[in-house]
Design a protein around this ligand. Structure first.
Ligand code: NAG
Ligand code: NAG
Length: 466
């Protein structure tokens, strides 16, 4: 029963995505109702609902649904679909990681589009049908991959007459899926266009010369963003029991007065040197001197962050670059406590990386993160293949991702200074400990809720999913 429900749900999900993307896709055209909506009989719907689940997932991740939908509304397509095995076990994990990094979206798109021909090529049209005859033994077809200088795929035959595509991949399931607007051939391996291979090689040689994690960096559970294991063995109750707000130094209208502490000055981690380390990294990175100066010289925030990290809390710093800081007026900075207030709004009490943030905004459309400036949250959404924080004029893009990530502190460079939306008059900044937002990272949602939130997010409704 549960698998039946899941299948039904998946079908609804897929169809809804297609419907949504088709209604959103063409803002500058008059709504053409039926003609722009994708047919449930389409090869595209069939692909997303087929046993090529790995490929479908990549197509979704690559944000290609709209593009492909426009393609099938104009002409037939032929998809060479690598089976799940090819994308799961046979694929170099490093290459896969590369493809899934948000900044390599273009490579992922090119890779996938290289598997699609904008024409209908059934197996009966394969060249060299009559083995031994002198007729055509190879035919070339342009693919949808525009980023490739030679974007043609050759169709040939192997020595025993088997169908081969791209010179390397055997067609294991010819005409596997046939629909009025296209068809799918199952193939046994991935086709990698040269440009993508080159991008990957370039990136790989870059990463090999830049150290990523400091030695002994703690391991973070990607599902919870919590440490998997404390770096040093400590007695029971090592992870902080109180919300981070309780551990913060009391400040004006910042946080509730500290409750009896989470065990006093227990130093599980050397937070001070980690903070020093990230500030050094910021200075070396360049372009973040103002922020470093505020943290170290203008306020005691660096010290405070060090204490929090020592207690086992994790932090993500949205770091405005110097250009952004230069736009701050003296007015904005001169109120007592103003620099702290501004900075607290840029501190998220969770460990987030570029990848984790990008994945959430992709999935839910809009996401809100708690900040250390109670009770304000900072909103994030996907924009231009990146993450955008805040709203309207006061928004900022994730500009320099993962400047520093050591498992407890993550520093993400942004190109603007963020301010909370004006709080409403009847709700002054008085936060009782009871209503203080919990720091506990959000639990996994049910599948249904995920779908609902995703759809709601895409449509811009459903604020309850935040
Ligand atoms: C797709 O191919 C079929 C069969 O050749 C044809 O009847 C149909 O018109 C084509 N569709 C488009 C959109 O070109
Ligand atoms: C703090 O101020 C000192 C003295 O002006 C300066 O040398 C140092 O670079 C500043 N620190 C940071 C992190 O900017």
């Amino acid at each position: 029963m549960s698998s039946l429900n899941y299948d039904a749900l998946r079908l609804i999900f897929v169809t809804t995505i297609l419907l949504i993307s088709s209604t959103i896709a063409l803002p500058d055209q008059a709504p053409k109702s039926s003609s722009t909506q994708i047919n449930s009989n389409s090869v595209l719907v069939a692909l997303l609902d087929s046993h090529y689940t790995e490929l479908s997932e990549l197509v979704e991740k690559a944000l290609l649904l709209q593009t492909l939908e426009q393609e099938v509304s104009a002409h037939n397509i032929t998809i060479f679909a690598p089976n799940n095995e090819a994308l799961e076990r046979q694929m170099d994990p490093e290459f896969k990681r590369f493809l899934l990094e948000p900044r390599n979206l273009k490579s992922l798109q090119n890779l996938l589009l290289f598997h699609i021909i904008p024409a209908r090529v059934g197996s009966e049209q394969w060249p060299g049908q009559d083995v031994g005859s002198v007729s055509v033994s190879v035919s070339h077809h342009e693919t949808l991959c525009v980023g490739e200088s030679d974007n043609r795929l050759p169709l040939t035959r192997g020595t025993t007459g088997e169908k081969i595509v791209g010179g390397v991949a055997k067609v294991t399931r010819p005409d596997d899926v046939i629909r009025p607007d296209g068809l799918i051939h199952g193939i046994e391996r991935l086709l990698v266009p040269r440009s993508v291979q080159e991008d990957f090689n370039r990136r790989r040689s870059l990463t090999s010369i830049s150290a990523v994690l400091p030695e002994g960096a703690p391991v973070v559970d990607p599902r919870t963003h919590r440490l998997k294991k404390p770096a040093t063995p400590v007695p029971a109750g090592s992870s902080p029991v109180l919300p981070v707000y309780d551990a913060m130094a009391p400040g004006p209208s910042l946080a509730p007065a500290p409750a009896p502490g989470p065990g006093g000055p227990r130093h599980h981690f050397d937070g001070e040197s980690q903070v020093k380390d990230f500030i050094q990294t910021l200075l070396h990175y360049g372009g973040y001197n103002e922020l470093a100066d505020i943290l170290v010289n203008l306020t005691s925030l660096a010290t405070e962050m060090g204490k929090l990290v020592s207690e086992g809390y994790v932090l993500t710093v949205l770091a405005p670059n110097d250009e952004a800081m230069a736009k701050l007026t003296t007015d904005q900075l001169s109120d007592p406590g103003a620099p702290e207030q501004i900075m607290y709004y840029h501190l998220i009490p969770e460990y987030q990386t570029e990848e984790s943030m990008y994945n959430s905004v992709r999935r839910f459309g809009k996401v809100q993160y708690d900040t250390l400036r109670l009770p304000h949250k900072v909103g994030a959404e996907e924009a231009d293949g990146s993450v955008k924080f805040g709203q309207g004029e006061g928004s900022a893009y994730l500009f320099d991702p993962d400047i520093y990530t050591d498992g407890r502190i993550s520093v993400q460079g942004i190109d603007g200074v963020l301010f909370p939306l004006e709080e409403t008059k009847e709700k002054p900044e008085k936060v009782s400990p009871v209503t203080a937002p919990k720091v506990v990272s959000k639990q996994r949602r049910g599948k249904l809720l995920e779908v609902a939130c995703w759809i709601g997010g895409s449509l811009g409704h459903f604020t309850s999913c935040y």
